[in-house]
Design a protein around this ligand. Structure first.
Ligand SMILES: [Zn+2]
Length: 209
């Protein structure tokens, strides 16, 4: 068993002795970042396209957990819960033979929280994590300020893939699937370099997309 997995189990074990505040409602909770009540409010996402899987809808406690992970100061414990969610969403691809995994890159920031999360997930899913295969080569506007068409244009040519993806099935990991424009642009970049298949796995999905 590798180091990341051991650390995960150690953190989970230690967490069961400590009281935390539920990320969503603030109630005291042990061993998890969401209390039982809030965990029951999670809405599993129903995803039609076969190459996309997401754990929950971007709403309520699920949204608060991911927002805490992305922007909060004490985010480590949320990461373990989110890693569990990714593993359950990943079951949809159990019949696939995945060669490598990458995450949506950020510009000039390879040690992003998404990369940390993806690395931990890949240790459990036993997929080689190769983040350097997909890079972001220029800065872009924040997507949430833009319309659907603007989002697509904003990202054109923003990513670059290595030709080592040729012939491979690639798992692309992201935190939130909104209009799908980021996943689409990254997938196209990987396909242009000869990827055989790109599967997209995200933690959450907005209800409108
Ligand atoms: Zn709660």
């Amino acid at each position: 068993m590798n180091l990341l997995k051991n650390l995960y189990f150690l953190r989970r074990y230690l967490a069961s002795f400590f009281t935390y505040r539920c990320v969503s409602c603030g109630k005291n909770v042990r061993g998890n970042c969401l209390c039982k009540n809030c965990a029951e409010k999670l809405l599993p996402a129903v995803i039609p396209p076969e190459n996309l899987s997401c754990a929950y809808y971007y709403d309520g406690p699920a949204k608060e957990t991911v927002v805490c992970y992305k922007f909060g100061e004490n985010y480590d414990f949320c990461r373990d819960t989110i890693c569990d969610w990714l593993l359950s969403a990943f079951k949809k691809f159990s019949g696939e033979k995945i060669d490598i995994a990458v995450c949506v890159p950020s510009f000039k920031n390879e040690n992003s929280r998404l990369a940390e999360l993806s690395k931990e997930f890949c240790a459990f899913a036993e997929i080689p994590f190769e983040p350097s295969v997909l890079k972001k080569i220029r800065e872009t506007e924040k997507q949430h300020k833009l319309s659907y068409d603007e989002r697509r244009l904003n990202l054109v040519g923003a990513f670059k893939a290595e030709s080592s993806v040729s012939g491979k099935t690639v798992l692309l990991i992201d935190d939130i699937y909104t209009t799908g424009s980021t996943a689409l642009e990254c997938s196209n970049t990987l396909y242009e370099k000869g990827a055989e298949k790109v599967l997209v796995l995200t933690v959450l999905k907005t209800k409108l997309s």
